[in-house]
Design a protein around this ligand. Structure first.
Ligand SMILES: [Zn+2]
Length: 326
């Protein structure tokens, strides 16, 4: 289902999964990537068409054949004219489509953050880590991508598709190999997994539970995104397009700073982890967010954000990590 908050022209092509989100930007999906009967994730890769083209967020390998079928049906571009395949990061359900795409689109370059390049050339460790997390047979296993088919980026690169340009932005948040992708023509911004978006309450949240989380870096990153003046935020997981981009980025910053203050106060008062967790939860509920955690799962007792404790302790060495951190 496509959600949108303003009357943008979103055109769905009947009987196929292609939706035109903006000029020359097509979302294909959502296509299920489930390897289990219990169902699973759905992914919507994007095709961006200028004189040349790019695939953004190619997704998992299971959905790649259907993606290619619909791209052929759409007939907006020849597969030979696709120059770039750009996942927001190298987690398996963002990149494993390469198993199929590198056979079918033989000259396109895989664009990944330079920190991810080695894992594409030799995916042994990435595969092991993914299987360990998801279980044997429950996730894709990436085939090696030849080095000469990879373009390493670090942010600031501009990919010219002829008539439109995609700008790469180094991202902060979900993984060290995250990038965002900005289409200068339509001002669409792909944000990968750096923000979670809640269209019901029109808020975005930055990822705060990652090792090395840093408030200043996160806020500076959100400012960089706002400075692009994006018109819409695009994501890969089937809901696709979120408008009111500036408001979403603003709320993400507001939330990071509010939670930082709550946790800082709690640490100064030497509150226990659970007590700080309660105060953070109070804030989340006040702004309309849920308690977090997996939907349908038994709610866990509130706990504070460990990565934020460590960040604040580094900034204020007199503070102690609260007792009771699990
Ligand atoms: Zn990820």
């Amino acid at each position: 289902m496509v959600e949108f908050w303003r009357g943008h022209d979103i055109t769905r092509f009947p009987s196929h999964l292609v939706t035109q989100i903006a000029e020359g930007i097509y979302s294909v999906g959502p296509i299920s990537t489930s390897r289990t009967q219990a169902g699973g994730q759905s992914i919507s890769p994007f095709l961006v068409v200028g004189e040349r083209a790019a695939i953004v967020e190619p997704g998992d390998d299971l959905q790649a054949p259907k993606f290619l079928e619909d791209v052929r049906y759409l007939d907006a571009i020849d597969l030979d004219h696709i120059d770039y395949i750009i996942p927001s990061h190298i987690h398996m359900h963002h990149v494993a489509a390469m198993n199929v795409l590198q056979q079918e689109i033989t000259h396109a370059k895989l664009v990944v953050h330079q920190r991810g390049v080695q894992h594409m050339i030799d995916p042994t460790k990435l595969n092991e880590a993914t299987v360990k997390q998801s279980g044997e047979g429950r996730c894709a296993v990436l085939e090696a991508v030849p080095e000469d088919r990879i373009m390493a980026v670090a942010g600031g690169e501009v990919l010219d598709l002829g008539g439109r340009q995609l700008e790469i932005i180094e991202a902060v948040g979900h993984a060290p190999h995250d990038i965002c992708i900005f289409d200068r023509l339509t001002r669409a911004l792909w944000i990968g997994d750096c923000l979670s978006l809640n269209h019901r309450i029109k808020r975005a949240s930055a990822v705060m539970n990652v090792p090395g989380f840093d408030v200043e870096q996160t806020v500076a990153f959100l400012h960089r995104l706002r400075a692009l003046n994006p018109d819409m935020l695009l994501v890969w997981d089937g809901i696709t397009a979120y408008y009111q981009a500036d408001e979403l980025l603003r709320t993400a910053e507001e939330e990071v700073l509010a939670i930082e203050q709550i946790v800082l106060e709690g640490m100064k008062q030497k509150l226990m982890d659970g007590k700080i967790g309660e105060k953070v939860l109070e804030y989340r509920l006040k702004v309309g967010l849920g308690p977090g955690g997996r939907p349908g799962a038994e709610p866990e007792p509130p706990k504070g954000p460990p990565a934020l404790y460590r960040y604040l302790q580094k900034k204020h060495p007199e503070l102690e990590i609260p007792q009771g951190v699990r």
